[in-house]
Write a new protein. Structure first.
Length: 172
């Protein structure tokens, strides 16, 4: 006969598997419909009346995958119940083409188990990409047995880039 503790462990493992599956299908805005516009101003040119002009071309930024690294630094259990959280990485094969320094949004869908969860920070280890804001703001607290949408706004580098993007989410 299966005891209550074994049922909790199985339920925790199932919940973690569900979270991983949901995160594997993270909603990432298609095209440019949710992206922020960026204005480019030509560099100062020769004096008025001259025929010479300067054209500024923004950097071309293209990533073809997002490596989401989830780094857990919280307790293994709370009140005698296992939290079932761990550090892991998922890969979302999304392609996005941006202009240099353009803002873009990622939507994370965290879920908590029987233990509360706090998303402490988000950053990128890919050169030039940086975290701008999140909605709701960080740190973000998620009560037990909850889920939410967390919109993260990132800024693309101002230099040409082609490759995968790595985003790290620290939670506890």
């Amino acid at each position: 006969m299966v005891g209550l503790m074994e049922l909790r462990v199985v339920a925790g493992i199932a919940l973690v598997a569900l979270v991983i599956a949901i995160l594997a299908f993270v909603v990432f805005g298609s095209g440019n419909k949710d992206q922020h516009a960026t204005a480019y101003v030509p560099a100062a040119g020769p004096s008025a009346g001259s025929e010479a002009t300067t054209t500024v071309t923004p950097a071309s930024v293209e990533f073809y995958a997002i490596n989401y690294q989830y780094v857990y630094n919280g307790p293994a259990s709370v009140g005698g119940s296992s939290c079932s959280y761990s550090s892991y990485t998922t890969v979302d094969s999304q392609t996005e083409i941006l202009n240099g320094s353009q803002a873009f949004d990622l939507v994370l869908t965290p879920s908590s188990s029987q233990c509360p969860m706090k998303i402490e920070s988000v950053n990128s280890s890919t050169a030039g990409f940086r975290f701008a804001t999140s909605d709701p703001g960080l740190p973000f607290y998620l009560p037990p047995y909850s889920n939410a949408d967390l919109q993260v706004t990132m800024i693309a580098p101002n230099t040409n880039f082609y490759g995968p993007l790595t985003v790290t989410i620290y939670y506890g």
